[in-house]
Design a protein. Structure first.
Length: 818
């Protein structure tokens, strides 16, 4: 059929060449001539069409059909039925169909925007005849809107675009399995772009790409069958960011990138099938955050962009990023381990858009590892766990109620320095390091456990410089293998516990030469008026090396050092150590190789905490050492004793109790009431002995209670009541203060015995006989040297081997001073 002139109609127009379908009839329109249907539909059927003139149906439909079942070529593709680029450009129509269920395969090559612009509606390429396929090849093609449907697959080796409407690709139009395959096959690095919706369907087949793939749709992107790629995969719905496009994967179908990274962007994702990138990265981004402040919901959280627990459970990927600097707040609710286990790498929740928050609410959530960053607040209303890797949380953080964070590896809180606030108790558990980089203030107990699995690896708690953990008078418990306290701990009236993880652990104070080391600078940044405990039942050794007064001034309550593991020891050496008050518990021994001081409160030394015999139970004091307490002092070592390698001095401003036997090898001074205010007595437990191995022994106190024995051998012993107290020397046992009675005298062995001294008041002597002085080898010296003090011989007779008496205010015989 040849049209040599213009053809104008006003109704449906049907032009058919090759009516018998034998392939012998073409339809030709002469150059510069026009077929114009006046806005009515038209159907043109021929074995080929030669369109040298123009064809217009206006906005009405146009069908271009093949009469003999031959193949179709568009653009530069030459086939049985060909519409080349110029011919296509001469068509003006609405919805247009090329081919049908009777025609053969269709090949498209280099159809440009200008070629296809006249087809304003949907262009449908129909190769639904059995065994027919569609091929896009050689040079990219562009259409206004496109539906390509074939019986036996679609092959795409060039980029493909629709610039005003939808793109629909159907690789299995009949829904039956064909031997040649019903797949949509994309070759090379491919980009498909739709100005409307995009739908990919291969009912009994699959969608495959052998390289990178970029699918972009302004509206919805629907993948109705499994998609497999072999390169970086980018799937974008709502590409204009107006919130009108979702990305959906049909139920039972899979997107598999073959181990390559993928980025999925949409106003929402409906993931009824599975998504896998293997170990490669996956980005799940919100398309319209910049224009609508679209929010993200994970698990049970219902937000603009939702990934339910079931959807998350269908994801297999390495590192996963959800959200970015353009999307809004993120809410997480009830993401279980089963939901998140497929995301084997780091899950990044990115809410860094100005004003965006991250909220964990309603039910606890678990991830393999997580990095959550909020521009504004991080609100934690539930517990949060990582069961494989790290946990990093960054934002102005609020814990509501009693909250627990658990990390299988490292935990990093607020690397940018934002504050952390808790309304209740806060528990932080990590099997590796914990770093706290923001000021942390809570209204409840703080429990921090580093190396929570107790493997004894050198995991560290770090509090950043200039930052403070403030428990608002609540307790703080820290368990760690190592501590870097560049910031401060402020407990107020709360109690502080610092434990080391692992078995047979070691702790050093003052210097930093052991794994868990608390330096003087670090100690100085601790403020606590409650009790402080360092160490515990797993500690093999605590070593205090030159702990300064300034370092411990902020620890105003009792500091307890516990090395109570089997054969545990506490060593004071390499410089004197000063504490406000201290209790020392060691399973096996306490070694005082440097001076030990408390400058405000009590001192308790327990050298055998389990009261069971070990190799070195006891308190061991090196030569010329002083142990001094501003409060009371108690020395105990149940199955051991107290020994000194040379001279040593014990002083306490209040009471001084020795509950075990003492053996020394030098001059020994035991001084209770060292501030001379009559508040401190010395007491030696019954059955115990102070033995100086023939060296001098000096004992002072407001009262001296010798239920045990003093033995200086041939060395001299001095007994002196302090604060000017009255001393009663001799006589029977009495409960009155200042009484050095005859039983106590009998338990004193010495060369010379001096009773009294510069601090003593009046001395009353009651019936001293030689028999009562049997353990005193030489002279007795009585010294009442304090102002107004006298010596009174109250009860006769008094007999001495040798007697020297000195008094500030007289010596009286047989009567009391008036």
């Amino acid at each position: 059929m040849t049209l040599a002139g213009n053809l104008t109609t006003n109704g449906t127009t049907v032009l058919t060449a090759d009516n018998d379908g034998l392939g012998s009839g073409d339809l030709s329109l002469a150059a510069l001539k026009t077929i114009d249907t006046g806005g009515s539909a038209a159907t043109l059927t021929a074995s080929d069409i030669i369109l040298e003139g123009s064809l217009t149906t206006g906005a009405a439909a146009l069908n271009l059909l093949v009469s003999d079942g031959g193949t179709i070529g568009l653009g530069d593709a030459v086939k049985d039925y060909t519409l080349d680029k110029l011919e296509l450009s001469r068509i003006i129509s609405g919805d247009t169909q090329i081919g049908d269920a009777s025609s053969g395969s269709i090949t498209v090559n280099n159809v440009s925007e200008s070629d296809s612009d006249g087809i304003s509606g949907m262009l449908t390429l129909d190769a639904s005849k059995d065994k027919s396929s569609i091929v896009f090849e050689t040079v990219a093609s562009i259409f206004n809107a496109l539906t390509a449907k074939s019986d036996d697959g679609i092959a795409i080796s060039v980029d493909l675009t629709t610039d005003t409407g939808d793109m629909i690709l159907e690789g299995d139009a009949d829904g039956n399995i064909d031997t040649a395959g019903d797949d949509i096959v994309l070759s090379g690095a491919r980009t498909l772009t739709s100005a409307g919706n995009m739908t990919l369907d291969a009912t009994k087949g699959n969608i495959t790409a052998d390289s990178t793939l970029n699918l972009t749709a302004i509206d919805n992107l629907s993948i109705n069958d499994s998609l497999t790629t072999a390169g970086v995969t980018t799937l974008t719905a709502d590409s204009d960011g107006l919130g009108s496009g979702d990305l959906s994967l049909a139920s039972g179908k899979t997107i598999n990138t073959g181990g390559s990274a993928a980025t999925l962007t949409a106003s929402d994702i409906i993931l009824e099938g599975s998504l896998t990138t293997g170990a490669a990265a996956l980005n799940l981004l919100v398309s319209d955050g910049a224009t609508t402040d679209a929010t993200i919901g994970l698990g049970d959280a219902d937000k603009d962009f939702d990934l339910t627990g079931a959807e998350l459970g269908r994801i297999t990927a390495g590192d996963v990023q959800i959200g970015d600097s353009t999307s809004g707040s993120i809410t997480v609710d009830n993401v279980t381990a089963a939901n998140s286990n497929g995301m084997s790498g780091l899950v990044t929740l990115d809410a860094t858009k100005t004003g965006a928050d991250i909220i964990f609410e309603n039910a606890a959530s678990t991830f393999n590892s997580i990095l959550a960053t909020a521009d504004d607040t991080m609100q934690i209303f539930v517990d949060l766990t990582t069961d494989v890797g790290d946990m990093t949380l960054d934002g102005t953080m609020t814990f509501d109620g009693d909250r627990t964070l658990i990390s299988e590896e490292n935990m990093l809180l607020n690397p940018t320095g934002d504050s952390i606030t808790g309304t209740g108790a806060v528990t932080l558990n990590a099997n590796a390091d914990i770093d706290i980089n923001g000021d942390m203030t809570t209204a409840g107990v703080i429990t921090i456990s580093v190396d929570h699995d107790d493997l004894g690896i050198d995991d560290t708690l770090t509090v950043a410089a200039g930052k403070t953990i403030d428990s608002q008078d609540s307790d703080v418990s820290i368990t760690t293998k190592a501590l870097v306290l560049d910031g401060s701990l402020n407990l107020g009236a709360g109690n502080l516990s610092i434990f080391s993880s692992g078995d047979d652990a070691w702790i050093s104070l003052g210097t930093e030469d052991l794994t868990l080391a608390v330096s003087n600078d670090e100690l100085s940044r601790i403020t606590v008026s409650g009790e402080t405990q360092i160490g515990g039942s797993n500690i093999r050794s605590i070593q205090s090396k030159g702990v300064t007064e300034a370092a411990t001034d902020g620890i105003t309550g009792m500091l307890t050092l516990n090395a109570t593991a089997n054969e545990g020891e506490v060593l004071f050496w390499a410089g004197s150590s000063t504490f406000n008050s201290v209790t020392v518990n060691a399973d096996d021994r306490i070694l005082v190789a440097a001076d030990l001081i408390t400058d405000r409160g009590d001192m308790i030394l327990e050298g055998d905490s389990d009261n069971s015999s070990d190799s070195d139970n006891g308190i061991f004091i090196n030569d010329n050492r002083t142990i001094s307490s501003a409060g009371s002092m108690t020395l105990d070592a149940t199955t051991g004793g107290i020994s000194g390698t040379g001279a040593f001095t014990l002083t306490a401003e209040d009471d001084l109790f020795i509950n075990e036997s003492v053996v020394s090898a030098g001059i020994t001074t035991i001084h209770a009431d060292s501030n001379d205010d009559a508040s401190g007595n010395f007491k030696l437990l019954a059955g115990k002995t102070v033995n100086t191995t023939n060296e001098a022994l000096n004992v002072l106190g407001a009262d001296i209670i010798l239920d045990g024995s003093l033995n200086s051998g041939t060395g001299d012993t001095s007994i002196s009541m302090t604060a000017g107290n009255l001393t009663t020397f001799g006589g029977g046992a009495t409960a009155s203060a200042g009484h050095y009675d005859e039983a106590e005298l009998a338990r004193t062995t010495a060369g010379n015995l001096t009773v009294g001294g510069d601090l003593s008041g009046t001395i009353n002597v009651e019936g001293i006989s030689l028999s009562k002085l049997a353990t005193i080898n030489d002279a007795v010296n009585l010294k009442a040297l304090r102002d107004d003090a006298s010596v009174n011989f109250v009860t006769a007779p008094n007999t001495f081997k040798t007697l020297t008496v000195e008094a500030d205010d007289g010596i009286y015989i047989d009567f009391l001073r008036p």
